[in-house]
Design a protein around this ligand. Sequence first.
Ligand code: DX5
Ligand code: ZN
Length: 218
Amino acid sequence: MPIVAPSLLAANFLQLDKECQMVNESEAQWLHLDVMDGRFVPNISFGLPVISQVTKANKKISDVHLMILEPEKYAEAFRDAGADNLHVHIEACPNLHRNIEQIKMLGMKAGVAINPHTPVADLKDIIQDIDIVNLMSVNPGFGGQKFIAHTIKKIQELRKMIDGQNLTVKIVIDGGVTVDNAASILRAGADVLVVGSTVFSSPDPKETIRKLINTKYA
Ligand code: DX5
Ligand code: ZN
């Protein structure tokens, strides 16, 4: 069964406590937290003060997706704020291996996020060092965008790369995931579905999470 990670970006920020309780009561295993700096991506979301409060309320794994330049300056602060998984963007890290070592040394799971235009092959010399790949299925910066269909081919290619080396790296798909496209994403080889608007805009978010986790895709 897939891991489902509701993305707090789509939550009602006036009711974060309630939204966290909903996720706690749901079958979701991770909570996805999107950090944007207005430089790496053309939007600004929330940062350390919000995340350190949210992780106190959250009982699930805190999956922090940094869409920021120079993430090495903040890795320790996000660890202190309660991050369990920390994703940095390959496009933002000229010394990616150093970023990965730093994240692991701080005791977090290390994730590498790649944009829709970045080839899966660019992960070839880092895949054995990381815990998670966050494969972006939309251009990062905003929730509620349409899933980019070409991502399916990238998932298949990444699955081959991981299985070919007997690695346990998890494939996270982030952006535009719906109840309708979840099966094809999972069939292609994804392990984790990040789901923002599909969960938080649905009339019954817990039921939507349950449906996603129970997606039939054999
Ligand atoms: C986009 C973020 C995503 C976003 C997904 O930059 O990385 O995590 O919250 O939202 P939906 O599911 O609405 O596409
Ligand atoms: Zn994200």
